[in-house]
Design a protein around this ligand. Structure first.
Ligand code: CP3
Length: 361
């Protein structure tokens, strides 16, 4: 039996149920801006050394929760574990970001690609179980995956990219090859998220970090259509509770209405669109997550607090005139920077909780 969840504010906001305050968590909340993360990473030897060891993954997942009153934990792992399990050979060079030894560049490589045996990702599911035990009902645990398109970007480029030259060449010259990759990724991601839910993830998030680099007429066929397939294949109940699903497309503002119709409970927004505007456009049929510019955290704590209040005020009251409710999960518009002073995060958490409680009265 799992222990009773003592703080379900995050899950309630995801499902547009009443809450006493606006819950928050931060993308990349466990990471290099925390000295204790850097110390554990040094002991583990490398990023993958951390991520593949459930004891280390549990330790770093809990580090930000020891410092701040965050309302959710997120599994410490990476989106690139899935293509690694497909045999592409992942490594993280110090200071360089991820790299694949065997990117998918030709017809033969694409033909050989297969949905991986989930046994190769067992360390992730073991980490989920270990983190749930360590959380002991404190806050819910979020599992995650990359979207089929965002994973394909790394699988074809072989690393991060500014231009997306290889994958966009494939998209325009050999769309059949890219559709095969996306089809396999969608199957793999759905199975991977369902296995995280089975292991104890209480919400799941799909990161479409590079959806926004697509041309206006390519986003639906090459990104959203495959994300929708994933969302529709997810189990939505576990341990007697609904498992909310969050879809975050960085740069997805122009397509908000169609993203909001993909079946997700929550849509993540970056800082380029206003939450008030997003509520109008989605008519509160989904909850919204976001969307403070992570660069705000470089400013002094008073500015951080003022900007956090501005995001809450932009969303407004969850209660609507017609009696329905909207839902807001406070977050950044993208991952926290490694150059963020940890004390500024304290000011953010405090401002979000205090101001949103005050607004409810
Ligand atoms: O949010 C969390 O605290 C959970 C952990 C998490 C990581 N990566 C840990 C990580 C999550 C949710 C991710 C997702 C991820 N990984 C995304 C989607 C989110 C986004 O930022 O758009 C992407 C695109 C990746 C791929 C990736 N992993 C890159 C580009 C890099 C290197 C660049 C960078 O920001 O460091 C990573 C490495 C990585 N993943 C680190 C962490 C904490 C830093 C590695 C280190 O310790 O050196």
């Amino acid at each position: 039996m799992s222990p009773i969840l003592r703080n379900d504010t995050f899950l309630r906001a995801c499902l547009r149920q009443p809450t006493d305050y606006t819950p928050l968590w931060l993308m990349r909340q466990a990471g290099r801006y925390l000295p204790e993360y850097r110390a554990t990473r040094a002991r583990a030897g490398s990023f993958m050394g951390l991520a593949t060891n459930p004891a280390y993954a549990t330790e770093v997942t809990l580090q930000p929760l020891e410092r701040y009153a965050l309302d959710a934990a997120i599994l410490f792992s990476d989106i690139l574990t899935v293509p690694d399990a497909m045999g592409l050979g992942l490594s993280f060079e110090a200071g360089e970001g991820p790299r694949f030894e065997r990117p998918l560049r030709d017809e033969i490589a694409v033909a050989q690609l297969q949905v991986p045996d989930l046994e190769r990702l067992r360390y992730v599911f073991d980490a989920v179980r270990s983190i749930r035990r360590a959380l002991d009902g404190r806050v819910p645990l979020i599992g995650f995956s990359g979207s089929p398109w965002t994973l394909a970007c790394y699988m074809v480029e072989g690393a991060g990219s500014d231009e997306y030259r290889h994958i966009k060449t494939m998209m325009y010259a050999r769309p059949d090859l890219l559709h095969r990759i996306l089809d396999i990724n969608a199957q793999a991601v759905a199975a991977y998220l369902n296995a995280q839910i089975d292991a104890g993830a209480q919400a799941v998030m799909v990161f479409d970090s590079w959806g926004g680099v697509l041309a206006h007429d390519r986003f639906a066929p090459f990104s959203l259509d495959y994300t929708r397939r994933v969302v529709q294949a997810l189990q939505r109940e576990h341990e007697g509770r609904t498992v909310p699903c969050i879809v975050f497309t960085k740069g997805g503002g122009p397509w908000l209405e169609s993203i909001a119709a993909c079946g997700a409970d929550v849509i993540g927004l970056d800082w380029t669109c206003s939450l008030a505007d997003a509520r109008r456009r989605t008519d509160d049929r989904v909850a919204l997550q976001g969307n403070l510019d992570p660069a705000v955290l470089f400013a002094p704590p008073e500015t951080v607090a003022a900007q956090a209040r501005a995001v809450l005020d932009d969303f407004g009251s969850p209660a609507r005139a017609d009696g329905r409710l909207g839902g807001h999960v406070f977050n950044l518009g993208h991952g926290i920077s490694q150059h963020t002073p940890p004390e500024h995060v304290q000011a953010l958490v405090q401002a979000v909780h205090e101001h949103s409680r005050r607004r409810r009265r």
